[in-house]
Design a protein around this ligand. Structure first.
Ligand SMILES: Cc1cc2nc3c(=O)[nH]c(=O)nc-3n(C[C@H](O)[C@H](O)[C@H](O)COP(=O)(O)O)c2cc1C
Length: 309
């Protein structure tokens, strides 16, 4: 659906809708856009699968497991490596209707720098830095759970790109507000809040962990209340610096999306919901427009951070 009410500006990127399809849930955009009934008009931006310097085969099976109201995953950042993504995959994407954001990961600061530099020299619209992946042994959440290390990664990437940087924060940390503060000082333009929450599943018969990696990241409606609180906390810091947030974690309906926007999200991310309803974005956009009209608001930006406390 197309409506001027939905138009959203995020870190200087102009989007037709506040909806962002989340990293790891739509591959590199190519398969998802072939779903019958899908329209790029329904999507403000697509975040590509997490990308590293060299290709990664990911973790041993099982990599996903359904939980009550959620899903555990430990894919382990399987991807073909940044050269293949930039040289072979990006040229095949249609940038005319929606925006594409890269999702950068690494085991070292040097790897984050290298991947960022490669994407800087491409058509990508923004660079999301994933310092919150709980499913790899080195890097990822090791950086993201330590505010000073997070800021070092952001500063290093900042030095290698003039494109907007969106830092993806971990919910698996003690002080997300301090982390946000340091990342802003280090030069982030935006935040993605939150990545998955660490969890595990056990097979009681075999007494073995179900996920090959033992631990995994929990996503879906089960994490929504955690995600809402983290968006609210980060917004309390970020609003003083005009740094926008892509709120995410368990959004499946327009009502969920509106709750995140009220809590401080400028855009909202849809991930796990796409696995069981690939066309959910259309319904969410329609519901947001209906809400804005009922409340006599002229744009979705009027609703951002309007929580009454
Ligand atoms: C199968 C799967 C793979 C994911 N891969 C990535 C990834 O590569 N990089 C990343 O930053 N987040 C990744 N995520 C996290 C999502 O982008 C999102 O932040 C999280 O799932 C919360 O949103 P949701 O509850 O709507 O799924 C992945 C999530 C799932 C379910």
């Amino acid at each position: 659906m197309s409506s001027s009410l939905l138009h959203t500006e995020l870190c200087g990127v102009s989007m037709a809708s506040p909806i962002v399809l989340l990293s790891g849930c739509v591959g590199f955009g190519e398969e998802y856009t072939r779903v019958v009934g899908f329209s790029n008009e329904d999507v403000g931006a697509v975040v590509l699968k997490g990308t590293t310097g060299d290709m990664r085969l990911g973790n041993p099976p099982h990599r996903v497991y359904e939980t009550p109201e959620g899903m555990l995953n430990a894919i382990g950042l399987q991807n073909p490596g940044v050269d293949k993504v930039v040289d072979d995959i990006l040229p095949g994407l249609d940038f005319s209707e929606t925006r594409f954001f890269a999702n950068v990961s690494g085991s070292t600061i040097e790897e984050y720098e290298h991947v960022t530099k490669r994407f800087d020299d491409s058509d990508i619209d923004a660079i999301e830095i994933n310092i919150s992946c709980p499913n790899v042994k080195e890097g990822g959440v090791q950086f993201g759970n330590d505010p000073e290390m997070s800021a070092r990664v952001v500063a290093a990437c900042r030095a290698h790109t003039s494109k907007p940087i969106i830092t993806k924060l971990s919910p698996n940390q003690t002080d997300i507000e301090e982390n946000a503060r340091l990342c802003i000082e280090a030069g982030t333009d935006g935040f993605a809040v939150i990545n998955t929450v660490m969890g595990m599943a056990v097979d009681s018969e075999t007494r073995r962990p179900i996920i090959g990696n033992v631990r995994g990241g929990l996503s879906g409606p089960a994490i929504k209340p955690i995600a809402l609180l983290k968006v609210h906390q980060v917004f309390e810091v970020a609003k003083h610096h005009d740094v926008p947030i892509i709120g995410q974690g368990g959004i499946t309906t327009a009502k969920d999306a509106i709750e995140f926007i009220v809590a401080g999200a400028t855009a909202i991310g849809i991930g796990t919901a796409l696995f069981y309803d690939p066309l959910v974005c259309k319904k969410i956009n329609t519901g947001i427009v209906d809400y804005l009209q009922r409340h006599e608001m002229a744009s979705v930006s009027e609703l951002v951070g309007t929580l009454q406390t």
